[in-house]
Design a binder for this molecule. Structure first.
Ligand code: PLP
Length: 383
């Protein structure tokens, strides 16, 4: 049976009164004309707050490049592929040989698993985290060591260090982390890397980099690289660039590491439409800034609404938030589903928490309307 990405994520993870009295503050955004019409949802379909996508979709310039690309889909995209690799290399001041493209950044995770994991070479990962790495590790026959996050929802780096194996290990660091939207301080990761045996590879997943903001705790390993051939950084076009449906991600590593990983990649794994879209997206800094601003405004308003209800979500450094409902998450998810709002899947390690992706201000107003219909919501409300 074909196992879709969504299904494998599920299979791995199995293991109103106040609202009406509160005015939802809708932010005044600047250059709305930069954007295509908002691609919210199918008429009558559910509101999607479930997959941490960019609700506004690609920018107008990116969308135009994608439409133009349709005229040459009969040709292999070799030249454009090289142009994109070069553009990414320039962006991060690395050599083109250090850049790997993937069918989503999930493919970069798969390449790392294929190259560095196997029997006797365990994956060390935080828990909970994005489940794809675990899936690929198991496919490679590797043991998976899941280390619970600390009380501040950071990676427990001391325990992760203690679990590395002399025979070789891949450590997965997801920063900011999905599903908790939390940060692990950069200085702690640097100290951790400094202590690792040189048989250990580290994959740093920066899927949500653009949303992390200017926290003193955070610095990307692409913006502030360390001189270590065993560090791999992954990024995606699925989030800030709004291209989740076209599947593109990339990884950056030392030339030898990239070569080793790339030997497991599907040849010509990336399609010409998304490559042309990505070239335009990387050139469109104004839209990235606008998307970040919109997310910040919606995030701030979410916290205002939560506080008014005496709720305490985990501090979010991403385009989603994790919040303790103090009730079984499964029931809360089902309540939202029945009310036409899809929120994130269950994370068994945090069974009373829900993960909510940020949508448009209107989507979020709908979220709170449905929240206030929960039988237990009233007890949290401010009077
Ligand atoms: C932390 C993290 N890494 C990677 C991915 C996969 O992204 P892509 O669409 O690039 O495969 C996701 C998707 O939600 C994610 O949350």
């Amino acid at each position: 049976m074909h196992l879709s990405r969504r299904n494998f994520l599920r299979s791995v993870s199995v293991g109103a009164a106040a609202a009406t009295s509160m005015r939802l503050l809708l932010p005044a955004w600047s250059s709305a004309t930069v954007f295509e019409p908002v691609r919210r949802r199918e008429p009558g379909g559910p509101i999607h707050l479930d997959n941490n996508e960019n609700v506004y979709g690609p920018s107008a310039k990116t969308a135009a490049a994608i439409r133009a690309a349709l005229g040459s889909v009969n040709r292999y995209p070799f030249q454009e592929y090289d142009a994109l690799v070069e553009q990414i290399a320039n962006l991060h001041s690395v050599k083109p040989e250090q850049v790997m493209l993937g069918c989503g950044s999930t493919e970069i995770l798969r390449l790392a698993a294929a190259a560095f994991l196997g029997p006797g070479k365990p994956l060390i990962q935080p828990s909970p985290t994005f489940e794809a790495m675990e899936h690929y590790a198991r496919s490679a026959g590797a043991e998976v060591v899941s280390v619970p996050l600390t009380l501040t929802f950071a990676h427990d780096l001391d325990t992760m260090l203690a679990r590395t194996a002399a025979s070789g290990t891949l450590v997965y660091i997801c920063n900011p982390n999905n599903p908790t939207a939390s940060l692990t301080p950069r200085k702690d990761i640097d100290t951790f890397i400094g202590k690792l045996p040189d048989t250990t590879y580290v994959l740093i997943d920066e899927a949500y980099h653009h949303y992390a903001g200017k926290s003193a705790m955070y610095a990307s390993f692409l913006d502030r690289p360390v001189d270590n051939p065993r560090i791999i950084v992954s990024r995606t076009f699925s989030k800030i660039y709004g291209l989740a449906g076209l599947r593109l991600g990339y990884g950056i590593a030392a030339t030898t590491t990239a070569k080793q990983m790339n030997s497991y990649a599907t040849l010509d794994n990336v399609n010409g439409v998304v490559v042309r879209g990505a070239i335009a997206a990387l050139d469109d800094a104004a839209s990235v800034t606008e998307f970040i601003k919109r997310n910040e405004d919606v995030r701030q308003e979410f916290f205002n609404q939560a506080m008014a209800r005496m709720l305490k979500p985990i501090d979010s450094h991403t385009n989603f938030v994790m919040m303790n409902t103090h009730h079984p998450a499964e029931q809360v998810i089902e309540h939202f589903r029945k009310n036409n709002v899809l929120i994130g899947r269950r994370f068994p390690a945090m069974d009373s928490y829900i993960r909510v992706s940020f949508g448009t201000p209107g989507d979020m107003a709908a979220f709170w309307r449905v929240w206030d219909l929960l039988p237990f919501a009233k007890s949290h409300m401010q009077h």
